[in-house]
Design a protein around this ligand. Structure first.
Ligand SMILES: [Zn+2]
Length: 278
């Protein structure tokens, strides 16, 4: 596994703190983008500088995010795999007439709002070449084709619900994918925080424990007995910040059997990470 830190900072600041041959200046010339292994010596230098910036109430970076890259061999050896299907698409359910009942939602993080009607979407805006996709509001969409493959392989731990257009016309080729179980417990040493170089304080964390923080900064650790027996499960805790159409989302975990099936079916934008069992 390689951990790669992606940093974006104003080019003017980059000239002060970063050697000229490190990273690339993005088109328009205002932003430098750096991709660094987390053990690169520059990372600790930039961490120290970021702490000085934060002490003055500002930040050096417009982006500071770490991504973990596993080899195909590591992924095939894992009992459970965390999967994601971003980039998100829009418009979201809420923008198209899907209603959410906020009466059960947590006042701190908004977690627990219940979907109160069928998922309404702009049908022609559902990504055409993707068997699994996710709206910016965290609603999962699956093609009938892939749903049929899951059924044939007796995959467990999911439900299908209809998707309709703004006007209520049923989507012919798509369903909403629902994962009813959110039993997977995220535990230490999983590291969660505001940013890789400045994790704390993280104001997105929910005092009730629904949201662990803004970003997952390490691999995911989960007790085996919290995963249940289904092929598909969500984490109990969520990640992210409420704002606009975004809200905190759980991470999706699948069995090796389901991961292989998704990979064999060439599901596009399949982001995969090993889940560590404790
Ligand atoms: Zn909460």
């Amino acid at each position: 596994m390689r951990e790669i830190l992606e940093l974006r900072m104003p080019e003017e600041e980059a000239r002060r703190h970063v050697p000229p041959d490190v990273g690339e200046t993005l088109p328009l010339g205002h932003v430098r983008r750096l991709l660094l292994e987390v053990n690169h010596p520059l990372v600790e230098q930039l961490r120290a500088i970021e702490w000085e910036y934060r002490a003055q109430g500002t930040t050096l970076f417009s982006m500071c995010d770490v991504e973990r890259h596993y080899t195909p061999r590591e992924l095939r050896a894992a009992e459970y795999v965390m999967v994601g299907f971003w980039p998100f698409f829009r418009p979201t359910g809420v923008e198209c007439g899907t209603r959410y009942d906020d009466s059960t939602a947590c006042p701190h993080c908004g977690s627990g709002a219940r979907q109160a009607n069928e998922l309404h979407l702009e049908l022609r805006r559902i990504p055409k070449r993707r068997d699994l996709s996710i709206t910016m509001g965290g609603e999962y969409v699956i093609t009938s084709r892939l749903a049929e493959v899951l059924r044939q392989h007796r995959i467990t731990g999911y439900e299908l619900r209809p998707i309709v257009s703004r006007g209520g016309r049923p989507a012919p080729e798509h369903h909403q994918l629902i994962i009813p179980s959110a039993s997977a417990e995220v535990v230490p040493p999983t590291h969660v925080g505001g940013s890789y170089l400045y994790p704390e304080p993280d104001p997105s964390r929910c005092p009730e424990g629904h949201v662990l923080g803004l970003r997952l900064l390490s691999s995911l650790y989960v007790p085996r007995d919290s995963l249940g027996k289904q092929d598909w499960v969500f984490t109990r805790q969520k990640f992210g910040r409420r704002g606009g159409l975004f809200h905190p989302l759980p991470r999706m975990i699948v069995t090796q059997r389901l991961y292989r099936l998704l990979a064999e079916q060439k599901v596009r934008h399949l982001h995969a990470e090993v889940v560590h069992l404790v």
